[in-house]
Design a protein around this ligand. Structure first.
Ligand SMILES: Cc1cc2nc3c(=O)[nH]c(=O)nc-3n(C[C@H](O)[C@H](O)[C@H](O)COP(=O)(O)OP(=O)(O)OC[C@H]3O[C@@H](n4cnc5c(N)ncnc54)[C@H](O)[C@@H]3O)c2cc1C
Length: 514
């Protein structure tokens, strides 16, 4: 056991974990990351950029209005305004760390346009290389920061409470099966999303909602788990060969939304531009475009994105490289696309300082539910959310006089779920772009049986999403029910808790609240 009353543990090495650790300096931070820094983080794959109202025609309140419209009644106005107002400062901070954002000839930041943004406000780097560039910058800064100790290759498996119920440390394991416990006066979960629970996903395959399971097993409330965003235009090319080379089935490479912002168009196999009559056309909200593509595919069509737009090679070098790796030339031929699980709007329920419902625990980034995204995330708002909350979380922890007790001993480590392939196929089929009661009930029954048998985080998180989706008898944002196609009159959040009795798989309580 590493004992230091002053230590702060941050779990996760994407934008959320790195920014929180840096914002906490000079307070001592142990950054615990399952993979080597820079690998297996969705942050490095972000193509579009970071939304910030920086244009002469733009204002943070306009950015907040677009955020609330996308959130379909479940985004919180105060949160949207506060995050939008923090965006220019977050970009300044990244510039100060040396992030080489793309600039216009006059030196101002170049601003891109994405779906459902009323203004050009997407700050980007090396065209569609934003995530990689930001991750490299933050990683360099974290490695150079004397107050941050990086522990790579350690997966957090349990949050450890003290006798008063305050989170006072974590237990982590490495690949060799060694276990380590770290005491901490504060634990920040920044473990990312859960697209890896689905067969068709744009996420790193390790993104399976482990932070949700850690928090829920420690008694924290999870919120709005049913809201998964499906990106409309993942490339239907059988995965990314470079990522496949590192083992396992590959995530699907993404054809960024910014391509549609710059004029790329969707067609079915009959050459019909099926988005032409839909309000917003190709720039309609993500869920609308994803369902339109899904309907085409369900009707037996294939769908392509015609991205033969001006300067694609220089403006979207990452997309061009991904296409070429699959023998496609997007400057000459359209790209086959289909929807894939991309982003989780739900997460650990947190307040304005990123605090979860159990003392001693904070959450940042995709694993958190802050109230920003509601039922649907506006493109390029997630890197921003992580950057904004990293600052507020650090300020909150720095200002807290905490005296945690000794963390209790860790439980025996749980094995990995042997049913991963089955779970991913179930989630695709029955908890995907279009859901209905019968499929959800069947999925819940099967996932419940798997969870009872293996008690693994993966099965429990998949079951929790399914239960929440079953209870939400309406369609809103990223959650579409074919049997309840309209939104309810009143928008309600949902809450999920795990009820864990030692020795028995936790039961899941999901309900809708005001
Ligand atoms: C292809 C793609 C394109 C995207 N494009 C954009 C975009 O243009 N703009 C935008 O705003 N958003 C975009 N997003 C979403 C955005 O990238 C993510 O929401 C964001 O990067 C999440 O950051 P994070 O730090 O929360 O998680 P991540 O960056 O995923 O990092 C999670 C970290 O936690 C670690 N981890 C997980 N579990 C454990 C554990 N139990 N113990 C220890 N470590 C653990 C992982 O190894 C990783 O280091 C995109 C996402 C994808 C997949």
């Amino acid at each position: 056991m590493s004992h230091s009353r002053e230590n702060i543990v941050v779990v996760g090495g994407g934008v959320a974990g790195l920014a929180t650790a840096l914002r906490l300096a000079p307070l001592p931070v142990t950054l615990v990351v399952a993979a080597p820094l820079g690998a297996e983080a969705a942050t490095g794959w972000a193509q579009g950029g970071i939304a910030a109202a920086l244009g002469a025609d733009d204002r943070p309140d306009l950015h907040a209005i677009d955020t609330l419209a996308a959130g379909a009644g479940l985004s919180e106005p105060l949160v949207a305004r506060r995050v939008a107002a923090a965006a220019p400062g977050a970009i300044d901070w990244l510039v100060g760390l040396g992030t080489p954002f793309d600039r216009n000839p006059n030196g101002s930041l170049a601003l891109g346009l994405e779906a459902a943004h009323a203004r050009r406000r997407i700050v980007h780097a090396q065209g569609d290389g934003t995530g990689r560039v930001v991750l490299e910058t933050l990683t360099r800064a974290a490695r150079a920061c004397p107050s941050i100790t990086v522990m790579e290759g350690w997966r957090a498996g349990e949050l450890l409470a003290d006798a008063q119920g305050r989170i006072a440390g974590i237990a982590a394991r490495d690949r060799a099966g060694r276990t380590l416990t770290l005491a901490a006066r504060a634990v920040v979960l920044a473990t990312g999303g859960l697209g890896g629970l689905y067969g068709a996903t744009t996420n790193p395959l390790g993104a399976v909602g482990s932070g949700l399971a850690l928090a829920a097993r420690a008694g924290a409330v999870l919120r709005d788990l049913e809201f998964v965003q499906f990106h409309p235009t993942a490339m239907a090319v059988g995965g990314d060969p470079e990522r496949a080379a590192s083992g396992g089935p590959a995530p699907m490479p993404l054809a960024t939304e910014a391509l549609r912002g710059e004029g790329a168009r969707l067609f079915n196999s009959r050459g019909e531009r099926f988005m032409a009559e839909v309000p917003g056309q190709e720039l309609a909200p993500r869920d609308v475009v994803a369902r339109a593509i899904f309907a085409q595919i369900a009707a037996g069509e294939t769908v392509v994105l015609d991205a033969r737009i001006k300067d694609i090679e220089t403006r979207f070098p990452g997309v061009v490289a991904l296409c070429r790796a699959h023998g496609l030339d997007p400057a000459r031929a359209p790209i086959p696309v289909r929807p894939a699980a991309h982003y989780h709007m739900g997460g650990i329920s947190v307040d304005g300082a990123g605090r979860a419902s159990v003392p001693g625990l904070w959450a940042c980034g995709e694993v958190a539910s802050t109230g920003l995204h509601g039922a649907n995330r506006l493109a390029s708002n997630s890197l921003l959310e992580a950057l904004a909350y990293a600052y507020w979380i650090a300020a909150d922890i720095a200002g807290e006089e905490a005296a945690p007790g000794t963390p209790r001993a860790p439980s025996p480590a749980r094995p990995r779920s042997p049913a991963r392939a089955e779970i991913r196929a179930l989630m695709d089929r029955q908890v995907g772009v279009v859901r209905e009661a019968q499929g959800l009930e069947a999925a819940a029954a099967r996932l419940g049986a798997i969870a009872d048998r293996d008690g693994c985080d993966l099965s429990l998180v998949a079951l929790a999403i399914t239960e929440a989706a079953l209870r939400r008898c309406e369609s809103r944002g990223g959650h579409f029910r074919a049997d309840h196609p309209d939104p309810a009159m009143v928008a309600r959040h949902s809450q999920t808790r795990f009820d864990e009795t030692p020795g028995v798989a936790p039961s899941i309580e999901a309900r809708q609240v005001a």
